[in-house]
Design a protein around this ligand. Structure first.
Ligand SMILES: *Cc1c(COP(=O)(O)O)cnc(C)c1O
Length: 417
């Protein structure tokens, strides 16, 4: 890396009580406990001078190009894996199937471990190194786990991962392959989360849980920074994101707001947060305007099967600030979106990865999103991460003996010739 500008981090502020704290190894607010998620604040006047179209033009195309707005020390070397600056595709055929005038996909399945979570894990491992930890741990529905395992492997840290029973096998294989110690909890994500928190406190491990670690959401916000820089004046009306814990949409919202502050875009797009019908506590809190009530989780979209979202306040705050809204989709609608996104957009996403596309389709049908508007859906994870569910959506191959006549006969049967 030829440049290492300093982080312009200023302090940490509690989203509940508003107290501010000096930058350091903090998790949640010392006054408010677990509920008090801390928000990292930066010196935006200085950032506006340092981050311009001109200065960015000569920087590498990964998410470290926004280093001044990331909470990372210039003294810690960056992981060598390529994170961020994921491609943006215009997909007119998928757009017309959904009924919207202009549609884009931002394919975050193209990150090094094939999900959006690499944005957060790459910051998490740097914080662990900066604070002098040798082991980093997290509880995860799957992607944060494989992502942390991959980034820890690239950084030389030991990783310990707590996953719930329902985590898909390919994700577990992925993190075992990266050398993580895997603790499969015969229980829910929430139970895995509590065990991990205790283990970190007792064994002196760095806690990468993005719901409570204030630095990780800063990594997630880079998708918002990128959307603003990649689109510029052509920024779409809506940014569509699937929602579990709420860190992804909260982070993207923060990134977009920062780019308004820096003058890269002149308005905030509306955020559309999409949950699964079988796990929608955050949407219910959004609609009721009250506190979050934990729910059951029952959906094929394992990555957003979160019954007790940790970052619900930030997510709801960002969606309201953007004058956006939330919607929920059934598993059937998610399977439909998997097929449509792959067949009409050429991008194969996992269930939670395409839940945004399913939600957008429904929002257009219900008139919540106007058909004359434009949107970008963030595809948050690659489809090969959950083969079993993908098989439900994909259909089957035509088995034939190695005879040309049989090939012809089967194609005729299927109406393909
Ligand atoms: C984690 C995840 C999400 C949701 O992010 P939250 O921060 O939990 O809201 C969406 N899609 C995929 C593929 C994920 O792994």
């Amino acid at each position: 890396m030829s440049y290492a500008p300093p982080s312009l981090i200023r302090d940490l502020q509690c989203l509940v009580c508003g107290s501010t704290f000096a930058n350091g190894d903090l998790h949640t607010c010392p006054n408010c406990g677990q509920e008090g998620i801390l928000d990292v604040r930066f010196d935006y006047d200085a950032a506006q001078k340092a981050l311009t179209s001109r200065s960015l033009a000569s920087r590498p195309h990964d998410h470290w190009r926004y280093r001044e707005l990331l909470p990372v020390s210039p003294d810690v070397p960056l992981p060598h894996l390529h994170v961020g600056w994921t491609p943006l595709y215009e997909v007119p055929r998928l757009g017309s199937a959904i009924g919207i005038e202009r549609l884009y996909l931002k394919d975050d399945g193209r990150n090094p471990t094939s999900s959006f979570k690499d944005r957060a894990s790459s910051v998490g491992v740097l914080k662990a190194v900066e604070f002098g930890f040798q082991t980093i741990a997290c509880a995860s529905t799957g992607n944060a786990a494989s992502s942390l395992a991959g980034l820890a492997a690239a950084t030389g840290l030991r990783s310990v991962i707590f996953v719930p029973q329902r985590a898909p096998e390919p994700k577990i294989t992925q993190l075992l392959m990266f050398g993580a110690t895997v603790i499969r909890v015969l229980g829910s994500y929430e139970q895995a989360f509590e065990l991990c928190r205790r283990a970190c406190a007792e064994f002196g491990w760095y806690d990468r849980n993005s719901g409570t670690n204030p630095f990780l959401v800063e990594g997630k916000k880079t998708a918002g920074l990128e959307i603003a820089e990649q689109f510029g004046a052509r920024l779409p009306d809506w940014v569509v994101v699937s929602v579990g814990d709420g860190c992804t949409i909260g982070g993207i919202g923060k990134g977009l707001q920062e780019m308004v502050r820096l003058g890269f875009i002149d308005r905030m797009p509306k955020l559309l947060g999409v949950q699964a019908e079988g796990a929608r506590p955050l949407m219910d809190a959004f609609l009721s305007g009250g506190a979050l009530v934990p729910s059951e989780t029952n959906t094929i979209a394992d990555s957003i099967a979160v019954g007790t979202p940790r970052n619900w306040r930030r997510a709801i705050h960002q969606i309201r600030e953007s004058t956006g809204t939330m919607i929920s989709v059934s598993d059937e609608e998610i399977l439909d979106a998997m097929r449509a996104t792959a067949r009409l957009g050429g991008v194969f996403g996992e269930p939670a990865g395409v839940a945004g596309v399913a939600g957008l389709k429904k929002a257009v049908a219900l008139g919540i999103v106007e058909s004359t508007s434009s949107a970008v859906a963030v595809i948050t994870g690659n489809g090969l991460k959950d083969i079993q569910t993908a098989q439900k959506a994909a259909g089957v191959a035509l088995d034939v003996s190695p005879e040309f006549d049989e090939v012809k006969r089967r194609l005729n049967e299927k109406g393909i010739l």
